[in-house]
Design a protein around this ligand. Structure first.
Ligand code: 5MM
Length: 341
């Protein structure tokens, strides 16, 4: 495969394919495993992820890249094959989460800033050696009565831009993920408010990327969709989510960016698929629009597996189904009837 940033970015958003976000940090994977009563150990985490990466139909046909947590990048399958090699053998690009998590932003009570820039240049070189060809850094922006603040938007956009420039210097494609969260207690978190805040965050983001000299053709954007907050009590139609999301992206994202891969952010599996499908079915866009889901690709699989080796085939079938549905959504061919088929 070509080592050019632009070619890697294009491969990450290949036609009808998307990115599997399997980069749950130790605390997050523990929470996921707690929900199925499985102890989170190095081996159980390895077994679970090996099951995903050995899902041949899903990996070969619908998954273009996999975001890994650092531990997984260096882990070996039960038979000694590096997990990274399983991903490469399926024709997918291995990637790595490089941020050190969202920490409290000083001077505010609920806002966060993502840390991890110190020593990043050296870590990126190590990750490249280990086979990673793209990276991910996620910032979180919280909507509440008094937030987000300009300080939060600006600090996160600046850190994301510095991260992206360092990645490109190391030959690694940055996924830039400024996530406007859909959770949180706030009845005023309407779809209009999400639209306004996402537009603010993305416009700031692209200014910062420009200032940092980031090559837009060698990156992938990972944004949230425009949806009402979970606690708002309101529901939006699939058509409204699609229309607002496409409008917001067209207003903010330069056409030189090759692809946009959404996060699912707490939407149900089927909602995340339906929204992506509606956008691709109804709009002409200058970039590829696909998925980079964590929960919406893995929830059914995790449940079907439940930590039992005899359930590996069932877990893989569940993962394959969601990967296939989202692959169709990326092509705009998914309908509700596809789920039953
Ligand atoms: C898989 O979850 C990722 C890691 O989260 P933590 O750092 O909190 O463990 C997460 O960043 C993920 O890559 C994206 O947010 C997309 O995941 P969802 O579940 O929102 O599609």
């Amino acid at each position: 495969m070509s080592e050019r940033l632009e070619d890697i970015a294009i491969a990450m958003v290949a036609e009808g394919q998307g990115i599997l976000a399997a980069d749950e940090s130790t605390g997050t994977i523990k929470k996921r495993f707690d929900s199925i009563n499985v102890e989170s150990t190095e081996d159980s985490r390895r077994d679970y992820r090996e099951m995903l990466f050995r899902s041949e139909e899903a990996m070969n046909n619908h998954i273009s890249g996999v975001i890994l947590f650092e531990e997984t990048l260096y882990q070996k399958a039960a038979d000694g094959t590096p997990l990274v090699d399983l991903i490469k053998a399926a024709g997918a690009v291995p990637g790595i989460k490089v941020d050190k998590g969202a920490q409290d932003l000083s001077g505010t009570s609920i806002e966060k800033v993502t840390e991890g820039l110190d020593g990043l240049r050296g870590r990126l070189n190590d990750y490249y050696e280990a086979g990673a060809r793209f990276a991910k850094w996620r910032a979180v922006i919280t909507i509440s009565e008094n937030t987000p603040s300009w300080n939060c938007i600006k600090a996160n956009a600046h850190a994301l831009a510095r991260y992206a420039a360092l990645c490109q210097e190391a030959g690694i494609v940055p996924i830039v993920e400024p996530e406007v969260l859909m959770d949180g207690e706030n009845s005023g978190h309407s779809i209009e408010r999400c639209h306004e805040v996402t537009e603010w965050a993305l416009k700031t983001q692209f200014n910062e990327l420009h200032d940092a000299g980031v090559n837009l053709e060698g990156m992938v954007l990972k944004p949230n969709m425009i949806v009402p907050g979970q606690s708002s009590g309101s529901k939006a139609s699939v058509e409204e989510v699609a229309e607002r999301t496409v409008k917001c992206l067209k207003d903010c994202v330069p056409s030189s960016v090759p692809g946009i891969a959404f996060l699912s952010g707490g939407q149900s599996d089927e909602e995340a698929t339906a929204h992506l499908a509606a956008m691709n079915a109804a709009y002409d866009m200058p970039w590829k629009l696909t998925f980079s889901y964590g929960r919406a690709l893995q929830a059914a699989c995790l449940k079907a597996w439940s930590g039992k080796s005899e359930n590996v085939a069932a877990g893989q079938a569940a993962f394959t189904h969601r990967a296939k549905m989202n692959g169709m959504a990326a092509l705009g061919t998914w309908t509700k009837a596809s789920e039953a088929a």
